[in-house]
Design a binder for this molecule. Structure first.
Ligand code: ANZ
Length: 805
């Protein structure tokens, strides 16, 4: 017998909506903020992979609600962005309308899956009511001197007609491509807004330790920030008053220097180059210009360079060191100059080999045919001889400081964040440029600065934003003076940097309490940090880094109340196509959740996606698995047709029920959502073994637990046993620890000291009974038959032993 999911699911969705069942409450002293990475509302809608993370958070949020927490479980849309803009250009539509349509489709798709979202808290980053605050936050960054316009070598993507952040660029075969769309990216100097995320490098690193995040994500962020401690040594130049600062993390190798290298763009290169070598060096510099940073750093490529005809002096032994130029040195890292220690660095080794430069080993090794990177004692190093790396580093650093040869320096790989996009469909910058070149902020009371209505949103092709074409928007009067607006817009990341704060402040969709108010502060105190955040791993060094940066700035200026935004993070795995490939529209192998809801029901889809395996792992879609989940829900449904329920407990199910409640609770708590389902199955199996009426309180407890996975069916059955709705607002079942003692024990049966069998029995079973039970085991009775039993021993709860002849 099957239940009608179509009838049931519609009915309860309507009920929840009418009764505001999932309204965010503020009545408990316990809170749980459970967040999904919000979707980009693309034109193609959801496939079955998308809701996997959403179902997981929903199960968790529902349990927390039932446990009496105030739960914040919202959803919204990361709605600015290129695809909508490109679609609008292609079809001549307004990206805003297109986005609105897509959001409506997404919302419907989510609603039929029965999520416990509080839709009243919905946000859309492209709504002026929302981006008003995005602009306000930008202004705070500006006021904190964390935003400025710089003439910078940026990542220009012709295909997208915009600049991209380093985090948005992928490197393949030494070339750069856009993360979205896979278009080629080149370096190009342009005037840009940058956000000085580098000022927060240390804070971003420090905070990581306290977070309950996957190690892989923490590592990705650590490496992206790339902190390294070293020193800058100022080398004197022979016959010149100039010094050349060189950053190194290995000052202890100073007696092994073979040469110093400058980057081709180094500001001192021309000056330090002797006349004789000018031509060679200039040619080399031209050649280097044709390569990207990535090609220059590619370890598989042969190193190239040129001698520049002058020498530096090693401050510790006064040796002359030749100066070279080479493009494997990057100008914007460290000081743009490197000490070449050929014996102990692979790149330097290759370089020295190629140009016949000396290779001086200063750390002990037997194999001198290649660079030695490992740990060992210092040799040929004067006062450092015999010391290991760390000791030697400490000593040499001390001497460098004492003698004023240089200073301590910490370097980061992290670069400031390029924050301008030459696009239409993003947040306008809330600034104006006055005629004298000054920048002024748009008055707070004039925010939001809205995007103008226009039909003309194509990129200009010159690298200027489409907004530059709308002269009545650009040219304004500001406090009585002529001024121009910024025509670039913010990147899509801006809106997603703080959306988790927006939900807290939202009183109705896109209607927010002032972020800079006492009321906001109280709410932040209540809800921050996010307790569980579930989303894809691809955001490790993008959204998750950017959002942490903004959060820390907002913390420092007293807006938010915690140092970190997201306490626990889980990266959900993917749902693959049935052949193991990634699901994608272009491959035509996607499965639409709407169809599954139609054929099997939302509860089945929810249960199946959770039962597939650990949430972090990826699995191929399997229709037989889906059928299996549906069959189990039907089996649950039939309990209510077949069995009678009783107000009195016959204690048959005491052990299994209490154990299942305990396990389901801790498993959901630990986000082991697949094994929690197995436990619910264990309980259903136990019911089916019963011949007497089932204790109604256990049925209720079961339905409450079931409602986290299959809320529609659980509501229906809850109603069927005569309860008042809603099952989603009941109290999570508790378990009785005293019922959890399993009062059975295992008895070993030995014959002449050898283990022959085991059996289970109630604890405390008498000696006589133990002997009888042991003898009734076929294997034992067979053995005893043909021998004389000399002795029978029984130890209660432990063992039965026979000695025979
Ligand atoms: C001497 C040395 C000896 C080095 C040795 C390494 C090993 P991280 O940890 O990544 O910060 N370096 C410094 N500036 C550079 C630049 N602009 N372009 C390319 N390489 C640069 O690495 C710091 C090390 O990278 C520095 O320490 C320097 O080489 C090199 F056995 O100095 B080392």
């Amino acid at each position: 017998m099957e239940y009608s999911h179509k009838k049931i699911e519609k009915k309860w969705q309507k009920y929840w909506e009418e009764n505001n069942t999932y309204k965010t409450t503020q009545e408990s002293d316990k809170k749980a903020y459970i967040l999904d990475m919000f979707p980009y509302p693309s034109g193609s809608g959801l496939h079955v992979g998308h809701p996997k993370g959403y179902i997981a958070t929903d199960v968790f949020a529902r349990m927390r609600k039932l446990q009496g927490y105030d739960v914040l479980h919202p959803i919204g849309y990361d709605a600015f962005g290129l695809p909508a803009e490109q679609y609008a250009i292609k079809t001549g539509n307004d990206p805003r309308e297109f986005t609105e349509q897509n959001i409506n489709i997404f919302r419907e798709q989510l609603k039929i899956l029965g999520f416990s979202y509080d839709y009243n808290k919905e946000v859309n980053t492209s709504h002026p009511g929302y981006y008003k605050t995005t602009q306000w936050i930008f202004q705070q960054l500006y006021k904190q001197n964390l935003a400025e316009i710089r003439y910078a070598n940026v990542n220009w993507c012709e295909g997208l007609g915009t600049v991209l952040a380093n985090e948005e660029v992928v490197v393949k075969n030494g070339k750069m491509y856009s993360d979205i769309g896979d278009f080629e990216v080149i370096k190009k100097p342009m005037k840009q807004w940058v956000l000085k995320i580098t000022h927060y490098a240390d804070k971003l690193l420090e905070g990581l330790d306290e977070l309950d995040w996957p190690n892989s994500v923490k590592e990705l962020q650590k490496n992206w920030i790339g902190r390294s401690e070293g020193v800058i040594i100022n080398f004197k130049i022979k016959g010149s008053s100039k010094t050349l600062p060189v950053f190194t993390t290995r000052p202890d190798t100073i007696f092994g220097i073979s040469y110093l290298v400058l980057a081709p763009e180094h500001e001192l290169l021309k000056e330090l180059c002797s006349n004789e070598f000018k031509k060679d060096v200039e040619e080399y510099v031209q050649l280097a210009k044709t390569k990207t940073d990535i090609q220059r750093q590619d370890d598989s490529k042969e190193k190239t360079g040129a001698f520049i005809g002058s020498y530096a002096i090693n401050p510790f032994n006064n040796e002359e060191i030749p100066l070279w130029v080479a493009d494997y040195v990057l100008n914007d890292y460290g000081t743009g100059a490197v000490m070449g220690v050929a014996a102990h660095d692979n790149r330097d080794f290759e370089f020295a080999k190629k140009y016949n430069l000396p290779i001086k080993f200063v750390i002990e090794t037997k194999d001198t045919s290649k660079a030695f990177i490992g740990e060992g004692k210092h040799i040929n190093s004067d006062f450092l001889n015999g010391l290991l790396k760390d000791e030697a580093k400490d000593l040499i650093t001390k001497k460098i400081l004492e003698n004023n040869f240089g200073q301590i320096k910490v370097n980061y790989k992290l670069r400031d964040w390029l924050f301008s996009r030459q696009r239409f469909y993003g947040e306008p910058f809330p600034v104006v440029f006055l005629e004298d070149g000054q920048i002024a902020l748009v008055d707070e009371k004039d925010l939001p600065l809205e995007l103008p209505k226009t039909d003309y949103i194509k990129p200009s092709g010159t690298g200027e934003s489409p907004l530059a074409n709308i002269s009545e928007w650009v040219n304004i009067e500001f406090n009585g003076k002529p001024a121009k607006r910024e025509t670039n817009t913010m990147p899509q990341w801006a809106g997603s940097c703080w959306y988790y704060l927006a939900y807290i402040l939202t009183t109705s969709p896109n209607n927010l309490i002032d972020i800079n108010s006492q009321e906001a502060k109280k709410l932040f105190e209540k809800w921050l940090p996010v307790d569980l955040y579930v989303g894809g791993q691809e955001h490790a060094t993008l959204h998750l880094l950017y959002a942490r940066f903004w959060h820390k700035v907002l913390y420092d200026i007293g807006i938010v109340t915690t140092k970190e935004p997201f306490q626990k993070l889980i990266n959900q795995g993917m749902i693959l196509a049935d052949n193991g490939e990634k699901m994608s529209k272009s491959k035509g192998n996607t499965i639409n959740p709407d169809e599954i809801v139609e054929s099997h029901g939302a509860d089945t889809l929810r249960l199946y996606e959770m039962f597939m395996g650990p949430i972090e792992a990826s699995f191929p879609w399997a229709f037989n698995g889906l059928d299996g989940s549906r069959k189990w829900l039907d089996r649950v449904y039939r309990i209510f047709e077949k069995f009678e329920f009783s107000q009195t407990n016959n204690h048959n199910l005491d052990f299994v029920y209490n154990e299942v409640v305990k396990k389901v609770t801790t498993m959901i708590e630990e986000c082991k959502l697949n094994t929690a389902v197995s436990q619910l199955m264990v309980f259903v199996n136990a019911i089916y073994k019963e011949t007497q009426p089932i204790y109604i309180e256990y049925i209720k407890g079961f339905l409450i637990m079931l409602s986290t996975y299959a809320p529609h069916l659980a509501e229906e059955l809850w109603e069927k046993i005569g309860q008042k709705a809603s099952v989603c607002l009941q109290q999570w079942p508790s378990y009785d620890e005293t019922k959890l003692v399993n009062d059975n024990t295992i008895i070993a049966v030995q014959i002449n000291g050898k283990l022959r069998a085991t059996f289970e029995t109630k604890k405390g079973t008498s000696k006589e009974e133990l002997l009888t039970k042991a003898k009734s085991i076929e294997k034992i009775s067979e053995s005893l038959k043909n021998s004389t039993v000399l002795k029978e021993i029984a130890v209660i709860d432990k063992i039965v032993s026979f000695v025979t002849k």
